[in-house]
Design a protein around this ligand. Structure first.
Ligand SMILES: C[S@@+](CC[C@H](N)C(=O)[O-])C[C@H]1O[C@@H](n2cnc3c(N)ncnc32)[C@H](O)[C@@H]1O
Length: 230
């Protein structure tokens, strides 16, 4: 058997989308209202949301941290994967977006009313107020230049044996561009190198959406096993 991966292109991504559980009317309405109110459609893709939900279920997550709320799409999707009593704490710099997310997550039809806690403010400030090890998973999806800072905080905030997920490892499709037009593309490249160098984090970039880092935080029983292959 070859060690080479199967080359994938846009057709595979469309195929994956076509074979993903579709969004419900509530999420479609949220997106439409967000666009109508000037919020950019930069939320995660449905197949990525499904993948994250499966991961959260697999680790029996009860509490999740998100950095970068936007309209609350991912926060609601993640909250839906948690058992009763679960909660998502999500941080958003822009108060208009934070209010929008609060409004939509608070609707009874969201299925997660009262379980999404939107904190308005700069992530760096809000993260510093949160207690060690109080989350089962963290999803980082805000300003890319601060990803190393958010990773450092996530390592403190996520319990041993939890998950750290980081979006946009493919730099908005510009990972290999010689002259990327997106000003954050280089920050993503630098972060990917930084992330790969965290030898105690067992992480891999999963080619879903714009590339998702999935990393397992060192657990109480993790030893050389976690680093042997590095
Ligand atoms: C890509 S969007 C998040 C999308 C969301 N995770 C989803 O998939 O539904 C990134 C968000 O991070 C917010 N953001 C940027 N810098 C931030 C900061 N320093 N602190 C908190 N939020 C920030 C932006 O305002 C934006 O709404």
């Amino acid at each position: 058997m070859s060690n080479d991966a199967t080359p994938v292109d846009g057709r595979h991504f469309r195929y994956i989308q076509e074979h993903t559980r579709p969004e419900d009317a509530f999420l479609l309405a949220l997106k439409a209202d967000a666009k109508a109110r000037g919020i950019p459609p930069i939320w995660i893709a449905p197949e990525q949301a499904n993948f994250v939900q499966i991961l959260l279920k697999a680790v029996h997550a009860l509490s999740v941290l998100e950095v970068g709320t936007l309209a609350g799409y991912a926060a609601i999707q993640m909250a839906r994967a948690l058992p009763p009593g679960g909660r998502v704490v999500t941080i958003e710099l822009d108060p208009v977006r934070a209010d929008f997310a609060r409004e939509w997550a608070g609707k009874p039809e969201s299925g997660v009313a009262g379980r999404v806690d939107v904190r308005t403010g700069s992530a760096g400030d809000v993260l510093a107020t949160l207690g060690n090890g109080c989350f089962d998973a963290a999803f980082l999806d805000a300003d890319k230049r601060n990803y190393p800072l958010y990773l450092e905080q996530a390592r403190r905030l996520v319990r041993p044996g939890g998950l750290i997920l980081v979006d946009n490892a493919f730099a908005f499709g510009q990972l290999f561009d010689e002259s990327p037009t997106d000003p954050e593309a280089q920050a993503v490249r630098d972060f990917n190198d930084h992330m790969a160098a965290q030898i105690d984090l067992h992480g891999v970039i999963v080619p879903v959406g714009d590339g998702l880092w999935v990393a397992h935080t060192p657990g109480p029983k993790s030893t050389a096993d976690d680093t042997r292959s590095r």
